[in-house]
Write a protein that binds this ligand. Structure first.
Ligand code: F6R
Length: 259
C-alpha cells in the first residue's frame, strides 16, 4: 500500500508556492543548526515556478544558498555546458546565477566527458552524493511516459547513475528546442531509480492534463518498470504536488488533500 501524500492545488502557482515554502523552511532550519542542505534538483517545465520563487526569496534577502549543496538529476549526452539546451545552462539561468550558492557545491552530470570515462564518472557521482550524507530533499517532475530523471520505461528499481538511451517520446518532446529530432541527443546521463529512492524526502510535481495519465499510474497503478514513476510507491516519504488538471484521472478523491 503506497503512503504517498497527494496534495491537489488550484493551480501551478499555489502548488509551486507550497514546494518553495518547504524548501525555504528546510534551508532555514538547517542554517540554524549549522548544517548544509543537500538538494536533488530537476529541470524542465515543472520546477520553473519553484525556482522563480526561490530566486525572489534570495533577492529579498530572506534566503541564502550559502549552505546549500545540490545534485541535479540528469544531463543530455553528449552536450556542452554552454549549449542553451543543456541542463547546466538551464540551472544557471533559472536559479544558480541569481543566488549566492558556492559553484563548488553545485553538481550536475557532465554531458561533455569522453565516453570511455562515463562509467567511472557515474560511480563517482554516486559516491559524491553518499559523501554528503545523501540527498535530503529531491524535486522531481514526471515524464509523459512515466520517467523520473531520465529513467525511461524498462529502468530497474536497482538502477544507479548511468548513461541511458532516451525514449523516442522523450526525444520528440525535446525536439522543438533542439531544432528537430535529428539534432536531439539520443542519450543522457541520469541518476538511477535507486539513487532517487535513497533521498530522504521527495516532492514530485505535475501540472496540466497531459500529466494526468502518469499521475494516475503513480497513485492507482501497479508497481512496474513500464512506468518508472510507480517505483515511488516504495518510498516512505513522497509528496505528490499537482494541480486539478493533473489530478483529473484519479478516481478516489478520499485519498488526497485539496489545498
Ligand atoms: C528533468 C527530468 C525529467 C523531467 C520530466 C518532466 O531534469 O529529470 O524527468 O522532470 O521529463 O518534464 P517537464 O517538467 O518539462 O514536463
Amino acid at each position: 500500500m503506497s503512503s504517498i501524500t497527494v496534495r491537489v492545488f488550484e493551480d501551478k502557482l499555489s502548488g509551486s508556492q507550497y514546494i518553495a515554502d518547504a524548501l525555504r523552511s528546510r534551508i532555514h532550519t538547517n542554517d540554524s543548526d549549522s548544517k548544509r542542505t543537500v538538494l536533488g534538483l530537476a529541470t524542465g517545465g515543472s520546477p520553473k515556478k519553484v525556482y522563480d520563487l526561490l530566486v525572489e526569496s534570495v533577492e529579498t534577502g530572506e534566503l541564502s544558498f550559502q549552505n546549500v549543496t545540490s545534485f541535479n538529476l540528469d544531463e543530455y549526452y553528449p552536450i556542452g555546458p554552454e549549449s542553451r539546451n543543456s541542463y547546466h545552462y538551464y540551472m544557471n539561468q533559472r536559479l544558480f546565477n541569481h543566488t549566492d550558492v558556492d559553484p563548488g557545491q553545485v553538481f550536475i552530470p557532465e554531458g561533455d566527458i569522453e565516453v570511455s570515462e562515463v562509467d567511472h564518472y557515474c560511480k563517482a557521482y554516486e559516491r559524491k552524493i553518499a559523501g554528503y550524507g545523501g540527498i535530503e530533499i529531491q524535486l522531481l517532475g514526471i515524464g509523459g511516459n512515466g520517467h523520473i530523471g531520465f529513467n525511461e520505461p524498462g529502468s530497474s528499481i536497482e538502477s544507479e547513475t548511468r548513461l541511458i538511451h532516451l525514449d523516442e517520446k522523450t526525444r520528440r518532446d525535446a525536439a522543438d528546442s533542439f531544432g528537430g529530432i535529428h539534432q536531439t541527443p539520443e542519450k543522457a546521463i541520469t541518476m538511477g531509480v535507486k539513487t532517487i529512492l535513497n533521498a530522504k524526502k521527495i516532492y514530485c510535481m505535475a501540472w496540466g492534463a497531459h500529466k494526468a495519465r502518469p499521475v494516475q499510474q503513480l497513485i492507482e497503478g501497479e508497481i512496474t518498470a513500464e512506468w518508472p514513476v510507480t517505483f515511488l510507491q516504495t518510498h516512505a516519504n513522497v509528496e505528490l504536488i499537482i494541480d486539478r488538471a493533473a489530478a483529473s484521472l484519479l478516481t478516489d478523491s478520499s485519498n488526497f488533500i485539496v489545498n
